[in-house]
Design a protein around this ligand. Sequence first.
Ligand code: HEC
Ligand code: HEC
Ligand code: HEC
Ligand code: HEC
Ligand code: HEC
Ligand code: HEC
Ligand code: HEC
Length: 395
Amino acid sequence: MKLILALSEAFSRWGTLALRAALLFFLCCLVPVPLLGQLSTLDHLAEPGFWPTQPGASRGEYVGSDACAPCHAAKVASQKNTPMAQNAMHAKDSEILHSHPELRFAVGPYHYEIKTDAKHSVYTVGNGTRTLTANLLWAFGIGRAGQSYLFKKDDGKFYEARVTYFDTLKTIGFTPARALTSPKDIEEAMLRPVGSAEIAQCFGCHTTASTVGGHFDEEKLMPGVTCEACHGVGAKHVASAQSLLLAGMTDEPGAIFNPAQLNPADSVDFCGACHSTWWDVKLSAVKGVSTARSQPYRLEGSKCWGKGDARLTCFACHDPHKPLQTDASAYDGVCSSCHIRTGEKKTVNHPAEPCPANTKDCVSCHMEKVYVPEMHYKFTDHRIRIVHPNEAFPE
Ligand code: HEC
Ligand code: HEC
Ligand code: HEC
Ligand code: HEC
Ligand code: HEC
Ligand code: HEC
Ligand code: HEC
């Protein structure tokens, strides 16, 4: 989240095209040529055609995942169980809040508390003399690393709670990048106002169909990253597939976006629309271990990536329709699609060296888990490499 927010800040800072072009040119002189193939998310969004997080034209063009089920049953069933699909919810539906009915955190004079009963989650901040409360409205994050909360005040505007639930801590702590050592008042200690542009961005990455026809619509959005967040609106495809089915025809139904058609660099940028692309990170102020949260950035810094290769895209390793594979051996096939084993001869299709150390569970040694302090969590560094003991985090 810190990364993402720094990115949006960076975008507004480098808001004018001229400035961004100048920076881009400057950076181009510094980076190896292969990376010139990639773009920032803003640049992709400016191109014609579908791209994730793009606002929709009308709500009626969205059909929802259940409408895909009659024909793509397996994908619909498994995608529902992914963290991507489940990552945003109304606070009243948060399992984390229900299984931790009293969460507490204290810093200096300030005491933070989130109390959850069957109907509400009440967020309270007190400093001994004053107490402020609010009903939490939205919860973001499945809680693998953490879960953050949004609420509204009587003014109808959105605010982010100053505290976030962290799974490693099993309690609340400062929201990443939002820690305050000396807030100016209890209000600032409690919350951070989130303007309407930023709210649209949060929901754009965490939900489906949140901004449609130029308006952010909290009532009609679909929580989570669902089919149409990655494939674009589905109404036309469903209608044409249904009529073909009724007519007993086996022709290809009307178009819907299939990311499989993208070249390797674009396909990594595609996931980077939310996970942030190489350029998104470069254009932001984020550096050091925090960049481990941008898998596209780290992956494309790997020697393995070369000029970009279909064998090493995000979906070569991750089926976006299924939950994350946590068994290291599941990724071995991807490594051995390029790397030979000791004793084997290199070929055009298998151009890469064998490992002198081991023959399996490659990612367990070559994709290090790095601790990101503000997240209280270890992320998987997607920069594939020989990890040397006690080395500095390679930028
Ligand atoms: C009435 C049946 C039907 C429904 C409903 C349906 N599809 Fe399809 N879809 C098909 C058929 C048939 C194909 C072509 C064969 C294939 O790839 O399975 C297809 C292909 C696709 C493709 C690949 C397109 C390509 O050009 O390679 C995607 C992506 C897709 N569907 C997504 C969806 C999504 C998302 C939904 C729900 C919004 C949906 N489909 C609903 C029948 C359907
Ligand atoms: C519309 C935004 C969006 C797009 C596009 C997107 N993601 Fe995600 N993804 C998310 C969010 C939000 C989460 C965080 C879920 C959480 O941890 O709460 C996530 C989490 C994940 C996870 C972690 C799952 C886990 O077990 O914690 C993987 C793996 C992943 N995405 C892969 C991909 C791949 C591969 C692509 C491209 C095909 C992609 N994502 C495209 C928004 C997106
Ligand atoms: C550009 C897309 C994007 C925007 C904007 C965005 N997020 Fe996220 N967010 C993600 C992705 C992708 C992940 C999962 C991967 C990760 O952990 O970095 C994530 C993860 C999270 C998590 C889970 C913790 C974690 O890092 O796994 C929380 C909580 C969260 N976001 C809250 C927010 C809030 C609140 C906002 C707005 C103030 C916001 N996000 C804006 C894409 C976005
Ligand atoms: C996070 C992004 C993401 C989400 C969410 C997502 N897909 Fe996909 N989908 C992809 C990508 C990437 C591909 C191409 C690579 C692949 O086949 O895995 C794809 C391919 C497909 C295909 C074509 C498969 C083939 O064999 O050609 C179908 C059909 C499809 N998706 C349906 C769905 C349906 C239905 C949903 C919702 C239940 C959904 N997708 C949700 C990213 C996504
Ligand atoms: C070579 C295989 C490989 C590729 C390519 C790959 N990943 Fe991963 N990814 C992994 C492994 C291994 C994990 C850790 C799984 C576990 O937790 O055991 C992981 C974990 C993740 C997570 C969970 C958060 C974390 O840091 O552990 C996200 C999100 C993710 N990947 C997104 C992506 C995206 C986006 C891309 C494309 C830029 C991508 N991955 C490309 C292997 C890969
Ligand atoms: C697309 C082909 C491809 C894939 C897939 C691939 N690699 Fe590589 N990898 C290479 C190439 C080519 C090199 C040599 C690059 C060079 O030396 O310039 C390399 C280099 C390496 C190195 C040495 C890096 C260093 O720091 O010197 C390691 C370690 C490595 N790969 C491990 C892996 C692992 C583990 C996987 C699977 C998670 C994997 N590779 C997947 C092509 C690939
Ligand atoms: C137990 C940890 C471990 C596992 C598992 C492991 N490696 Fe390695 N690998 C290493 C170490 C350590 C080195 C550095 C050895 C050296 O420099 O003498 C290395 C070196 C490499 C190199 C560089 C070779 C060169 O000559 O430049 C490649 C490529 C590589 N590994 C690929 C892989 C692949 C592919 C797998 C899975 C089949 C794998 N590794 C599994 C620890 C491991």
